[in-house]
Design a protein around this ligand. Structure first.
Ligand SMILES: [Ca+2]
Length: 310
């Protein structure tokens, strides 16, 4: 079955909830893109050098290739934007600069279709990053822009594309991946383009949301701790510690691990504004901490046995 059809069916079953995210992630607040569904504004051609309401600029010459036309993506109303392009005359939309927090997670998505079947297309959905001075954010090995999808080629049927954006964990290496948020980013503008290609592209349901990464990480961390029965392990470690002298070889290590476990749990219950990279570090550490606590239980028990025997 075609991806667009599978998604359309899934959305119909789910009652076309808003936002219609295919990726099952919790989001915070509203869509940061104004008029991403192109329901605001009248049907018909967009005059040359103008853009639909909520959008900032035409991306190329603005020769009047934009139009608001009837027919929306699944769950996305009755209108969408049509972009007509040729090899020599590209068109597209740039959104206004949207303020973002580079320590948090976001998801960018949208629906795209073409006016028929082609070998290739010039239809792209993406974003450009800006710093606090609203200067395009180039790095030594990375350009300021990246794409959710480049050369999207779904044919005539609407297809859904999305990309989860996470903070760049290596801010000093002069590059960031297409799905990473550069550390010095203060804002982004959405790009929806039809570039150097003979055909019509259609966009609808364009979205950008902050992702509630805290909720994702918290569920994963507490899920892993519960699956390992960590409270039982911790109880076992504490009980065995009472049978050993303060300076027993494995005791200090065990106390450090229990302290670390308490810290991990406290942080996982903390407020949601925590940087995503800190959440990710705790997610990564959790299985190792569980293993080390398990091992310590046995080390302590062996020491306790030796103590009794001695
Ligand atoms: Ca729409």
């Amino acid at each position: 079955m075609h991806k667009a059809i599978i998604l359309a069916v899934a959305l119909a079953i789910a009652g076309a909830a808003t936002p219609a995210l295919a990726l099952d992630v919790p989001v915070i607040g509203e869509n940061l893109i104004a008029n991403g569904s192109f329901e605001g504004g009248l049907l018909g051609p967009v005059p040359a050098r103008e853009v639909p309401p909520g959008w900032a600029a035409e991306a190329y010459g603005g020769n009047g290739q934009l139009a608001i036309v009837a027919g929306g993506a699944p769950g996305e109303g009755a209108q969408c934007v049509q972009m007509a392009a040729t090899e020599d005359d590209s068109t597209g939309l740039h959104g206004p600069i949207i303020e973002i927090d580079p320590t948090q997670a976001y998801i960018q998505f949208g629906w795209i279709r073409l006016d028929g079947s082609y070998d290739r297309s010039g239809v792209n959905l993406g974003r450009q990053w800006f710093d606090a001075e609203e200067k395009a954010l180039e790095q030594e090995h990375s350009r300021s822009y990246n794409y959710v999808v480049s050369g999207a080629n779904p044919g005539h049927e609407w297809a859904y594309y999305e990309q989860l954006l996470l903070p760049d964990p290596t801010p000093d290496d002069g590059s960031f991946r297409p799905d990473q948020i550069p550390t010095t980013a203060a804002g982004l503008r959405v790009w929806a383009l039809n570039y150097r290609w003979n055909g019509n592209g259609y966009f609808d349901g364009l979205g950008l949301y902050q992702v509630d990464y805290a909720a994702i990480a918290r569920t994963e961390i507490f899920g892993a701790l519960a699956a390992a029965d960590i409270e039982e392990i911790a109880r076992d470690v504490r009980e065995t510690l009472t049978k050993l002298p303060e300076d027993a070889p494995a005791a200090a290590r065990a106390r450090t691990l229990l302290f670390e476990l308490d810290g991990l749990k406290q942080r996982a219950l903390a407020e949601d504004g925590r940087p995503v990279l800190e959440w990710m570090a705790d997610e990564e550490r959790t299985p190792g901490l569980i293993d080390e606590l398990r091992e310590t239980t046995w080390e302590l028990k062996i020491e306790a046995l030796l103590q009794e025997a001695g």
